[in-house]
Design a protein around this ligand. Structure first.
Ligand code: PRT
Length: 226
């Protein structure tokens, strides 16, 4: 039998927009996932792999710190955390094994319909509500403008209406949420998809062997979806 330390540990979102697709990707790779008991770690019955079911925002840190060997997370979450960890001098290294074909969205700046918009410079000095202050700051630096932030982890789209901010910087997929809140998208600052990432620590020979078997299977599943 394979001991726990030889089982490849993969972090995926427990529940949310990436969780079903992450699980179904692995199921199509042939994994028999034992999810019935709703524990933090789900054993894969027929491969030396464990899935760790966590909040999406915990995944970059778990992989960068080597608690998990791999993870599936949105580029947006990954990049924001990497920038944050660079600032705090924590390890922010990882390898992106591949981009997956789900979880597509964009991080955009949106303003109330009635606010006049005359290009990027007119955003200078605005106070924006966002969950992504680092990505927004980078966009500001690249374009020579400064923002003030109001960091919110949810309900970002209501911030302008209640007077918390002049506008928002949030994820958009269909645009329905912006429209429902009387906001217009004025700048796309980042395009995102789910990605399979690996920590920078070397894997044991056993784990590497498992990974070498898994990668072509994932590629096969992605190809079949084309
Ligand atoms: O797991 P945890 O709670 O930490 O993470 P979370 O709350 O960010 O989870 P979740 O499930 O909301 O999002 C997980 C990931 O899905 C995100 O990090 C993105 O990579 C990806 N994703 C893709 C999206 C969207 N599309 C998306 N539309 N994440 C969020 N949204 C939200 C957006 O914030 C806004 O509230 O959906 C609304 C906009 O959608 P539309 O269709 O109205 O434009």
């Amino acid at each position: 039998t394979t001991t726990d330390k030889n089982r490849l540990r993969i972090a995926i979102q427990k529940s949310g927009r990436l969780s079903d697709e992450s699980q179904s990707l692995f199921k199509r790779c042939g994994m028999k996932i034992n999810l019935a008991d709703r524990r933090l770690l789900a054993h894969v019955a027929n491969m030396p792999i464990d899935l760790m079911l966590v909040r999406s925002s915990d995944i970059p840190g778990l992989v960068m710190d080597g608690v998990c060997d791999l993870g599936i997370v949105g580029d947006n979450t990954l990049e924001e955390h990497a920038l944050e960890r660079e600032l705090t001098n924590e390890n922010s290294d990882y390898d992106k094994i591949m981009s997956l074909k789900f979880g597509a969205c964009r991080l955009s700046i949106a303003l109330p319909e009635e606010t006049e918009y005359q290009g990027i410079q007119s955003l200078d000095g605005m106070r924006l509500a966002t969950t992504y202050p680092r990505l927004l700051t980078r966009f500001g630096n690249d374009n020579n403008i400064k923002f003030e932030f109001c960091k919110l982890n949810g309900s970002v789209e209501v911030a302008p209406r209640v007077g918390l901010a002049d506008g928002i910087c949030d994820l958009v997929s269909t645009g329905t949420t912006l429209e429902a809140n009387g906001l217009k998208e004025v700048e796309v600052i980042y395009q995102s998809k789910a990605a399979l990432i690996q920590g920078s620590q070397p894997l044991s020979a056993e784990k590497q062997k498992t990974l070498n078997t898994l990668i072509p299977r994932i590629e096969g599943v992605l190809k079949a979806k084309e």
